[in-house]
Design a protein around this ligand. Structure first.
Ligand code: ADP
Ligand code: ASP
Ligand code: MG
Length: 420
């Protein structure tokens, strides 16, 4: 008898019929002779609705109260799922993060799991229960409720799979697996049978929100085999995420992703002398502002100044506004330019290591589409470019073609189209 951890996302439990379907899929696994721990997300767009509701009350809710509010979403779906299983004649019990003993660091809204107590869940499994756990939540010191960041139920599932040494961690979603690009945007994107932890981690970090990046990080650390599968086609094996990709690295690029959550900031006319970059980025760090891409231009000889451009998330714009005057003062810069309508388009692939010309090919494709590149950054297995938002999908479609990431099959994707 094995132990399987399953996770069902918001679309999979969006209404009572879907919850009953999920219950049937869980029963199938249980009838295979396995113990099952199930992690659920909030129903449909519940979390978005709760955030909107908080916004109607105040523009500055405390992070503690946001966690109190957002953690309720998963409690609705977990109890309904347990009821559905009970009604079908199966023993099931739903548990919150506190009841399981999912301990996180002392921080709200983006906490990391530090420990999971296995005693209570083991006892319920021994008694023949299917255990349903609320995703996305834990507790820190003083039993204060914390949440793990948007999409964090994936991480709850993988962390439980590690803690219980599960045989498998299956992430059920509204897509049939991990594709070469978001199949809602490029309908002919190809489904991948396998992808390595490293490539998946990079894709998730640069915007492929099919998985929470920390779930992949955790699976890699503990070598837990993870699958992304469709909750509407449970027989399909989906995509396996594993340590070493056994297939040959014929293609330099495995997948693409777009991230529209960033803004670009340019600090203009900064004197070209030692210490100015340190002053700027120390100030940003002291305000807890994370920076992604950074470019410093060549110093103009006429006045010995250059421009420093970087990206931060849209959510941090208000925090940046609070220090913008101080930045102008300490750097004696002429002005600050902010670009909000930008998207970062990234190509990821282990096959680009030691293979020259991949960046050149990417820039070539964009040039042929007459798409201007505003910033570039690279790592060993990734090339990212910043483009104007209106060209992001066009860039992705052209790059999918150029790097042979599309095919004849049109993805069967349920639900709403994403808002890019
Ligand atoms: P869930 O609620 O099940 O966690 P999410 O909305 O978080 O689902 O993630 C699934 C969505 O991720 C898909 O509907 C799809 O639009 C999007 N997505 C983005 N990039 C990819 C990709 N490379 N492969 C598959 N899906 C992707
Ligand atoms: N409900 C949370 C969210 O929408 C967590 C999750 O779905 O993974 O972000
Ligand atoms: Mg998700």
């Amino acid at each position: 008898m094995g132990l399987i951890v399953q996770k069902y996302g918001g679309t999979s439990v969006a209404d009572s019929e879907k919850i009953k379907n999920v219950a049937r899929a869980i029963i199938k696994e249980k009838n295979n002779g396995n113990d099952v721990i199930v992690v659920v997300s909030a129903m449909g767009h519940t979390t978005d609705k709760l955030i909107k509701l908080a916004g109607e009350i105040t523009s500055h809710p405390t992070e503690r109260e946001m966690d109190m509010l957002l953690s309720t979403g998963e409690q609705v779906s977990m109890s309904l799922l347990a009821m559905a299983l009970n009604d079908m004649g199966y023993k099931a019990i739903s548990l919150t993060g506190l009841q399981v003993g999912i301990k996180t660091e002392n921080c709200h809204m983006n906490a990391r799991i530090v420990d999971i107590d296995t005693v209570r869940v083991k006892q319920h499994l021994k008694e023949g229960n299917i255990v349903i756990v609320a995703g996305f939540q834990g507790v820190c010191e003083g039993n204060e409720i914390t949440t793990l960041g948007r999409g964090g139920s994936d991480t709850t599932a993988v962390a439980l799979a590690c803690a219980f040494r599960a045989d498998r961690c299956d992430i059920y979603s509204d897509v049939e697996g991990v594709y070469t690009f978001d199949p809602r945007v490029v309908k002919t994107a190809k489904k991948l049978d396998k992808i390595s932890y490293d490539e998946m981690l990079e894709l998730a970090r640069v915007g492929a929100n099919v998985l929470h990046p920390r779930s992949v990080e955790t699976a890699k650390l503990f070598n837990v085999p993870m699958r992304v599968r469709s909750s509407f086609k449970t027989d399909d094996l989906g995509t396996l995420i594993i340590g070493v990709k056994e297939m040959e690295l014929i293609k330099p690029v495995t997948g693409l992703a777009c991230d529209s959550s960033q803004i670009r900031i340019v600090i203009c006319d900064v004197e070209d002398k030692p210490g100015n970059a340190a002053k700027l980025f120390n100030l940003l760090a002291s305000k807890n502002l994370s920076v992604d891409m950074i470019i410093q231009s060549y110093a103009r000889s006429s006045n010995n100044t250059n421009d420093i451009a970087f990206t931060i998330t849209k959510a941090d714009k208000e925090k940046f506004d609070e220090v913008s005057d101080e930045i102008l003062n300490i750097l004696n810069a002429s002005n600050i330019h902010i670009d909000e309508d930008i998207v970062k388009v990234s190509a990821v692939g282990a096959g680009m290591i030691d293979r020259p010309g991949i960046a050149a090919k990417m820039f070539d494709v964009l040039a042929k589409e007459k798409i201007n590149i505003k910033m570039i950054s690279t790592s060993e297995i990734k090339i990212s470019v910043l483009v104007e938002k209106q060209y992001a999908n066009q860039a992705a479609i052209a790059l999918c073609k150029a790097f042979e990431l599309d095919g004849a099959d049109v993805a069967d994707v349920k639900g709403d189209l994403p808002v890019v």
